[in-house]
Design a protein around this ligand. Structure first.
Ligand code: GDP
Ligand code: GDP
Length: 437
């Protein structure tokens, strides 16, 4: 699903991250043993009046060795490139300064909807004293206080008014996938190589939106795919492109829009902390995952054990992605690229698989024969039955005598049993315990 994107811009210290945190939906992590997954503080999901959107704090994308003034310009550029609606934040207590005017000018020229938030308007006097900000030429200034929360509702009313309906849907039934990974692992080489091997569909939509760089193609079975551009792939050379925060933010956006993500690892360089963080988000978001080790052509001194060793290394580093197939590829030598596409299609089938309740309960019977449900504090867990309530990701409800004692280890056991009985390769599975009344 494509959600509208809202970006916060403004010079340092005006209160962008305070507002960001106030507006953010704090999602509870479903992954208890995911190492390296920390909340990313520059990209998040939020909701207002039932409308979901994602939000970027461009202030978090800082570039070393850049002058402040240049940095602010870059952030405004990122906001324009990424967002459907921009919130420009200024400081009520300081008034209009040169840097505000610089940002306002860039935004004004962009023709994106811009909403001007005058932050730190904590009291009545400050809320009334906002007229100076009309000189920025961005329309009515809205007084808010990120610390106290006043005015934030009115601000969000304005934001959601500017969403257009066609931003809310990804309209076709193609399988959507994307390549994610650090700069230079070979994402754009993989994209181009795969497009070279398949029949590309040229869309004649008037593609002026930020997503128009997505490409669709058909495989030999007639299946339609959309490759989500993890931007930077086809427009290159921006100074911020190689900053970690920017590339993580892009990856998170691509994950949001994809059914399946291909986590690309450089076969020579191995896995970094950033890889684990991004993969953790894909897992949490319930997306299908393939782990592709690229540049396999230049890994030196390979013998029959090299692949096995690399696989073992990946399995320890990405323990929570045990369901993700691993594939060794070379964009340069066009090795096993069609297998990537085949895996994406297979995983998409698995994500949408529906299992009849009768089969689920047969499985449950076998499972409880292998390992009786545990007793927690003298109370024995009883799982009465299982039923599938959703696909993509496959989601099951376990009706139990006491959800409190349905612990993570037993949940994992049930998930493993599901994987043994049915093909859920490449997709996460969720099991939720409910009280049987
Ligand atoms: P950013 O650099 O634009 O992200 O700004 P921050 O969110 O880090 O805020 C900078 C400083 O302003 C912090 O000390 C905040 O506590 C303070 N601040 C943020 N919002 C408000 C507000 O609404 N009222 C007041 N009085 N202070 C605020
Ligand atoms: P991106 O930043 O992740 O999009 O990475 P690029 O696709 O721009 O690739 C970065 C560099 O790695 C380029 O110099 C590519 O030619 C090189 N590269 C990409 N894939 C392969 C591969 O399979 N084998 C080798 N030897 N080099 C590759």
């Amino acid at each position: 699903m494509a959600m509208p994107v809202v970006a916060l811009v403004g010079r340092p210290n005006v209160g962008k991250s305070t507002l960001f945190n106030r507006i953010a939906n704090e999602r509870i992590s479903i992954v208890e043993d995911t190492p390296g997954v920390t909340r990313d503080r520059i990209y998040t999901h939020a909701e207002w009046l039932g409308k979901q959107f994602s939000m970027i704090d461009t202030g978090g994308i800082t570039m070393e060795s850049q002058q402040l003034n240049q940095e602010i310009k870059n952030q405004a550029e990122i906001a324009i490139e990424e967002a459907d609606v921009v919130i420009m934040v200024v400081d009520a207590r300081v008034g209009v300064v040169d840097d505000d005017e610089t940002v306002a000018r860039i935004l004004y020229q962009s023709q994106k909807p811009v909403i001007l938030a005058v932050n730190k308007a904590d009291n009545l006097e400050q809320r009334q004293d906002i007229y100076d900000f009309y000189t920025l030429g961005l329309g009515d200034p809205l007084p808010v206080s990120g610390v106290h929360g006043t005015g934030v509702g009115d601000l969000l009313d304005e934001v959601v008014k500017n969403f257009s309906d066609d931003q809310m849907i990804d309209d076709d039934d193609s399988i959507k996938f994307s390549f994610i990974g650090r700069p230079n692992v070979g994402k754009s080489s993989l994209v181009n190589a795969i497009l070279g091997e398949n029949r590309v569909i040229v869309s004649n939509q008037e593609g002026t939106t930020r997503d128009s760089v997505d490409t669709s193609f058909i495989d030999e079975t007639g299946q339609l795919y959309t490759m989500i551009d993890t931007a930077g792939i086809r427009k290159r050379g921006k100074v911020y492109e190689n900053t970690e925060k920017y590339s993580v933010m892009r990856a998170l956006r691509a994950i949001d829009r994809s059914d399946v993500v291909i986590m690309v690892i450089d076969g020579e360089q191995g896995i970094r902390e950033q890889d684990k963080r991004v993969a953790g988000f894909a897992h949490e978001a319930g997306r299908g995952v393939v782990i592709a080790v690229n540049k396999w052509d230049i890994v030196a001194n390979k013998d029959h054990k090299t692949m096995q060793e690399f696989e073992a290394y990946i399995r320890t580093e990405f323990r929570y992605l045990s369901y993700a197939p691993i594939i060794f590829v070379s964009a340069l030598k066009h090795q096993r690229l069609q297998q990537i596409v085949e895996l994406v299609a297979a995983i998409n089938d698995n994500q949408n698989r529906r299992i009849q309740s009768s089969l689920l309960n047969e499985m449950l019977l076998k499972a409880t024969a292998i390992a009786p449900a545990p007793t927690v504090k003298t109370k024995r867990l009883k799982v009465y039955y299982l039923t599938q309530v959703a696909t993509n990701p496959p989601t099951f409800i376990a009706f139990v005598n006491d959800p409190e004692i349905f612990h993570f280890s037993y949940e994992r056991f049930i998930i493993n049993q599901l994987r043994e009985m049915f093909d859920f390769t490449g997709t996460p599975i969720k099991v939720i315990a409910r009280l049987r009344k």
